[in-house]
Design a protein around this ligand. Structure first.
Ligand code: HEC
Ligand code: HEC
Length: 218
């Protein structure tokens, strides 16, 4: 079997496994749901999946609804052009025609959680998050501001992102698996404990969808 084909087959099998990860959409039939959109309906099988199904070392696929459009465009182009690699994202990125990437990104960035499932979580560790806020204040908010409107162009919003994904992304920059000069420099000196604190800080901020905030106290 040619390696290219074997790889494509592996991706397809993995994709089918993910697609079977039924995201509960019944009763959520809002017309403007991304599940009903011709370009994005299958993206959300992964990108709105229940994060509790991903135990480390696996991580939940990142939330992309409400993400900064310029960043979505950059990320999709990076997958398409092989600057960023992941066996599950290669084929989805290639299915979006290059001239519709901006449109899809713009659409996803403007959505809120309407039509998406919600995954309530336990109360965040506020002490850890407060320590993270202090560290992020020195090291991260210059680019990843808590008010995303103050971020510059293609900087991703981290607010409310899945903790397992944030941790994995930081690890990937540290290992050089994901290459970005500014990010590599920003995280190279962090201890594991500092990463845990910063992740706890960003994850408990309100932001990206699907919603994964703390359960209301009974
Ligand atoms: C089979 C599951 C799956 C499907 C379907 C899928 N993705 Fe992804 N996507 C992932 C995973 C896993 C990642 C994280 C990969 C990594 O660590 O680089 C990702 C990453 C991304 C990112 C980067 C996000 C970030 O914060 O860096 C974007 C943008 C994205 N996907 C958009 C899409 C779009 C648009 C579609 C539909 C056309 C789609 N994806 C379909 C699994 C999927
Ligand atoms: C000088 C600007 C800058 C600083 C400072 C910075 N970042 Fe970033 N960060 C970026 C850019 C730009 C990207 C997108 C890079 C890419 O495309 O891979 C990014 C990407 C990320 C991602 C990946 C998000 C995703 O959706 O895939 C994480 C996580 C992250 N940064 C965390 C941090 C943390 C934690 C700090 C502080 C310790 C930090 N960053 C400091 C500019 C910065």
């Amino acid at each position: 079997m040619r390696p290219g084909f074997a790889q494509a087959l592996a991706a397809l099998v993995a994709f089918a496994a993910f697609a079977a990860l039924a995201v509960p959409t019944a009763g959520l039939g809002a017309e403007n749901s991304p599940f009903a959109n011709k370009d994005t309906h299958y993206c959300l099988n992964c990108h709105a999946a229940d994060p509790s199904g991903f135990a480390p070392p696996r991580y939940a696929p990142p939330k992309i609804v409400g993400q900064n459009a310029a960043y979505l465009i950059a990320a999709l182009n990076d997958y398409r052009d092989g600057r960023r690699n992941h066996y599950l994202m290669q084929s989805p990125a290639e299915t979006i025609a290059r001239d519709t990437i901006a449109e899809v990104a713009e659409y996803l960035s403007k959505l809120d959680g309407t039509g998406l499932p919600e995954y309530p979580t336990a109360e965040p560790d506020l002490e850890l998050a407060a320590r993270g806020a202090e560290l992020a204040g020195h090291l991260c908010v210059e680019c990843h501001h808590a008010d995303p409107a103050r971020n510059k162009d293609a900087v991703p919003i981290l607010n409310g992102q899945h903790p397992s994904y944030l941790t994995a992304a930081i690890r990937d920059y540290r290992l050089g698996v994901r290459r970005n000069k500014r990010m590599g420099d920003a995280v190279v000196g962090l201890s594991q404990e500092e990463v845990r604190a910063i992740v706890a800080y960003y994850a408990q901020l309100d932001g990206l969808y699907p919603w994964t905030g703390p359960r209301a106290t009974p």
